[in-house]
Design a protein around this ligand. Structure first.
Ligand SMILES: Cc1cc2nc3c(=O)[nH]c(=O)nc-3n(C[C@H](O)[C@H](O)[C@H](O)COP(=O)(O)OP(=O)(O)OC[C@H]3O[C@@H](n4cnc5c(N)ncnc54)[C@H](O)[C@@H]3O)c2cc1C
Length: 383
């Protein structure tokens, strides 16, 4: 790790200690209270500036590698902090950077960099989860704008987003991923209604069912070319998968450290349970899995930095990191037993949160299909 990145991580540790200490993470999780106050701290530390291209080639050559380490560090302290950072950096800023026009960038990038809020992606629908191309929300042309009608489900951070990025069908005769366009919608616009959903984990990233009843947007609020919404989403996918993989590796490391610390201190049969080989080997396997997942996440970040095609690597990094977190938290629960089952234990939060990542933002099954297709085997997603 370079000196700059190491000192940045040191500053992140101090900032989190001050603004999101462990007891505050537990309180927020229990009360479903998102740590949105951190956005200002991220901005003051210049973390969002790191997402933007700089004048320095050397610095830019390691941009995602550096961000990956930062995301991992945030994930180590609290997944809720890393996911919030990623929603601004990977999804919001990179969607604008990759697909928006100059006027849209000028309008929204400064707000995101200043920590004034995040964007939310409104893609999934009741009948369109893994099969995102099955969406039915439509946008119909009128005068110089569009009217959006439909329903979205499980949209994270929608109520307090600066803008919702809504995927809507603009070609009524289209099927699958074609004929879909992205629009920036004000969550407070007339015709938008939201209901918050209750859930078992990730309680600090609030999820909403959203109704759109002839919601009017201007053509200026369309992102990218007409009917190329999926093309735009694809351009942001690597960044989102890189951010999630790094954050999840950080949380997995926290789970291993927590389990190891407990095993060293907890005595049964007159000895620390860490001295029993079955526990020690379990911990050794957990650490090895996390180290392997970290290598893949860093490899993906390096591939993004060198502008390589990383479709397969992005799928692999997301698959391995999320499945690793699921496994190590399951082992962590077993090692800590009743101590982890207690409501106030961090381990059960890691374990509950981990259940989302192996299906959210591309399920493990769909990712395996993508990797298989890249290898020239399998029937493909639609098969
Ligand atoms: C807490 C939370 C936050 C979310 N945040 C957002 C958000 O911000 N924005 C957004 O747009 N969406 C969001 N989602 C939706 C999320 O992306 C979907 O849940 C995800 O795409 C999976 O869809 P599904 O739940 O409908 O599962 P389904 O698609 O019904 O899948 C069910 C199972 O079938 C498997 N399966 C499906 N198709 C195949 C196939 N072809 N081959 C093999 N197996 C298959 C899947 O892998 C899975 O195991 C969120 C969901 C949750 C729970």
């Amino acid at each position: 790790m370079s000196f700059e990145v190491e000192s940045l991580c040191g500053s992140i540790d101090k900032m989190i200690q001050k603004h999101l200490p462990p007891e505050e993470v537990r309180r927020r999780d229990e009360q479903s209270d998102p740590p949105n106050h951190l956005l200002k701290s991220f901005a003051e530390m210049g973390l969002f500036d790191l997402v933007m291209p700089s004048q320095d080639d050397e610095w830019d050559r390691n941009r995602w590698h550096r961000l990956s380490i930062i995301q991992e560090r945030l994930g180590y302290h609290a997944t809720m902090a890393a996911l919030l950072f990623n929603r601004v950096a990977c999804f919001g800023m990179m969607t604008l950077n990759m697909s928006a026009n100059q006027a849209q960038r000028d309008r929204f990038l400064p707000q995101l960099v200043a920590g004034n809020g995040a964007f939310a992606l409104a893609l999934s629908e009741a009948g369109a989860g893994s099969d995102a191309g099955a969406i039915q929300t439509r946008a119909e042309r009128f005068d110089d704008g569009w009217k959006i009608t439909g329903r979205k489900i499980w949209i994270s951070g929608a109520a307090d987003a600066i803008r919702l990025i809504v995927a809507a069908r603009t070609d009524p005769n289209s099927k699958g991923g074609s004929g879909i366009t992205l629009f920036m919608v004000d969550p407070n616009a007339p015709g938008v209604s939201m209901t918050q959903l209750e859930k078992i984990g990730n309680r600090c990233s609030l999820s909403y069912d959203i109704g759109f009843e002839e919601v009017v947007v201007k053509d200026d609020d369309r992102i990218g070319d007409l009917n190329d919404g999926f093309g735009c989403l694809k351009k942001t996918l690597f960044y989102a998968r890189s951010g999630l993989a790094a954050a999840v590796v950080g949380t997995a490391q926290a789970a291993v450290d927590r389990a190891a610390a407990h095993a060293r201190q907890r005595e049964q049969f007159g000895k620390p349970i860490a001295s029993f080989q079955v526990i020690a080997h379990r911990l050794a396997n957990m650490q090895t899995e996390v180290d392997l997942a970290r290598l893949l996440a860093r490899e993906l970040a390096a591939a993004i930095d060198s502008s390589k095609d990383c479709s397969r690597l992005a799928a692999q990094a997301k698959l391995v990191s999320t499945e690793t977190l699921k496994r190590v938290t399951e082992h962590g629960m077993q090692i800590m037993a009743s101590a982890a089952y207690a409501v106030e234990s961090d381990m059960n939060r890691y374990w509950r949160d981990a259940r989302l990542y192996t299906f959210g933002e591309g399920s493990s099954e769909i990712l395996l299909d993508l990797i298989a297709a890249d290898m020239g085997v399998g029937r493909g997603i639609a098969g």
